[in-house]
Structure formats: structure tokens, C-alpha cells
Write a protein that binds this ligand. Structure first.
Ligand code: ADP
Ligand code: MG
Length: 246
């Protein structure tokens, strides 16, 4: 399935594998939101010969309200507003920002409940409802960091991430989920989400002005695992898939 990002498909051996759940990892500002939006945009703008949309796309936003998302993506060449309001409604923005506002010590009425569990159950419910409502072929969840960083212990984090991955798998759509990376250095600890996702893409800023993208794994695909340079422009992300990083 084409990624919607110039140059990336050849690194992926032809595009994202259909029906898989893929993790996009990177430091803040590396372009994770733009990349996942380009992926959705490619599907949502695709038309069959009779003019109807072929791949409904859904963005589950944890970080920003819809208006800001629309504005920021317009600045890099994507008009999600008209896709959403179009006849076939080929794009849906699902606002899941409530999840972040649930404090660690939450209450239902007077009864204290685990806030992080409440936030998590909330997100899973939101995703499930949205999948039923829209039946999307492409999904982006941006980002899962706030949720999973509440579980610093690997043994607690693992079941939570597994639940999320299985929920997305049940949609039979191709799914990208983004997560913030705190350290990209050598010897960084591989987190459960990297093991549990069926594909992992790493985006980094290697030095001032030089950006690097690397496909770490992609189940069922013949991939180029070398880091490659990419740029972010007014037209979005472009990967230089045949260039070496220097
Ligand atoms: N028109 C543009 N030209 C060049 N860079 C841009 C443009 N618009 C946004 N960016 C860059 O994109 C990055 C933000 O992308 P985003 O997908 O929001 O990152 P992330 O989600 O990883 O935090 C910033 O580094 C910003 O400088
Ligand atoms: Mg972002």
C-alpha cells in the first residue's frame, strides 16, 4: 500500500504491508505527524473510476484539536478539510485528546480509580467505536507516547501496548502509530511497542539540518534497512532513498 511519501515506498519494498500495525518512532519535530498524515492523505484522496473514494482514512489525534491539525497539515500541502466534508467523507478526524487530560488520580463520582487505566480504556473504546463507525482502510494514531509513558515498567506496559495493537489489528486496516523517542543513542533500550508492532520506522535528526529515516523492521516485506536522508518542505516529506547518509 503506497505510503504517500515520495521515496519511502522503495525503502519499504513497494509500500506498507496491508493490514499491519506499524510504529513510527522519532524525537519531537522529526515529522511523525506529517508522515502519518501523508499516508492517510494518499488513501483518502484516491478515487476509483466512478469517482468514489477507495480507501477511507482515519486520524486518531491525542495531541491537538482538529482545527490545529488541519492548519498544520495545510501548511505542508494537505487539505484534509475538503476530504472530510466531501461527498464520500473519505477522511475522519477522531479527537482523543481527552485521554491526556485524565489525571493519574481520577475519580468516577466519589470513587477513586486508576487514572492511567481509565485513560487507556478510554482510548481503546474511542478507537473501537471509530473503527465501527468509519470502517477505515488506513488509520493513524498520533501519538501513543502520553499513554504508554504512564507505564514506565516494561511488564506493565507490555499488556497495554498489546491491547492497543490487537485493537488496531481487528480493524484489518493498515495502521501507523507514532511515538516519541527520548533517546536515539547507541544502547537505547528497545521498548515493548517496538517488539509488538509488526513494523518500525525510525526518524531522527542526526545533526543540525540533517534528517534521517530508517526502516528497522517490516514483517512480510523486503526492506532497505539503511538510514536515508529526508527533508520536510512545503509539499511535505521527501525521502532520498538512493542517497547515503554522510
Ligand atoms: N513548510 C515546512 N517546511 C519545512 N519544514 C517544515 C514545514 N512545516 C513543518 N516543518 C517541520 O516539520 C516538523 C514538524 O513535523 P511534525 O510532523 O509535527 O513532527 P512530530 O510529529 O514528529 O513532532 C518541524 O521540525 C518543522 O520544522
Ligand atoms: Mg506530532
Amino acid at each position: 500500500m503506497e505510503s504517500g511519501v515520495l521515496g519511502l515506498d522503495s525503502m519499504l519494498g513497494g509500500g506498507f504491508p496491508r493490514g499491519r500495525v506499524i510504529l513510527v518512532l522519532g524525537e519531537p519535530g522529526t515529522g511523525k505527524t506529517i508522515l502519518s498524515s501523508q499516508f492517510l492523505y494518499a488513501g483518502a484522496s484516491k478515487k476509483s473510476t466512478d469517482g468514489s473514494n477507495l480507501e477511507k482514512s482515519m486520524f486518531i489525534g491525542m495531541n491537538e484539536p482538529k482545527a490545529r491539525f488541519i492548519d498544520e497539515m495545510r501548511a505542508v500541502g494537505m487539505d484534509f478539510e475538503s476530504l472530510e466534508s466531501g461527498d464520500d467523507g473519505s477522511f475522519a478526524y477522531v479527537d482523543a485528546s481527552d485521554v491526556r487530560r485524565i489525571p493519574d488520580q481520577a475519580k468516577i463520582g466519589r470513587i477513586p480509580v486508576g487514572g492511567r487505566e481509565l485513560g487507556f480504556v478510554n482510548l481503546i473504546d474511542t478507537i473501537q467505536e471509530a473503527i465501527e463507525k468509519y470502517s477505515p482502510r488506513r488509520i493513524a494514531v498520533d501519538s501513543i507516547s502520553d499513554l504508554i509513558f504512564r507505564y514506565p515498567k516494561i511488564e506493565e506496559r507490555r499488556p497495554v501496548v498489546l491491547d492497543l495493537v490487537e485493537t488496531l489489528q481487528s480493524a484489518k486496516a493498515t495502521c501507523l502509530m507514532t511515538s516519541e523517542l527520548l533517546s536515539t543513542g547507541e544502547g537505547r533500550i528497545i521498548q515493548p511497542e517496538e517488539y509488538l508492532a509488526e513494523g518500525v520506522i525510525l526518524m531522527r535528526t542526526v545533526q543540525k539540518g540533517i534528517r534521517s529515516i530508517q526502516v528497522l523492521k517490516m514483517r512480510g516485506s523486503k526492506i532497505d534497512t539503511k538510514p536515508r536522508p529526508y527533508v520536510i518542505k512545503d509539499s511535505g516529506i521527501e525521502v532520498y532513498a538512493t542517497e547515503e547518509l554522510y
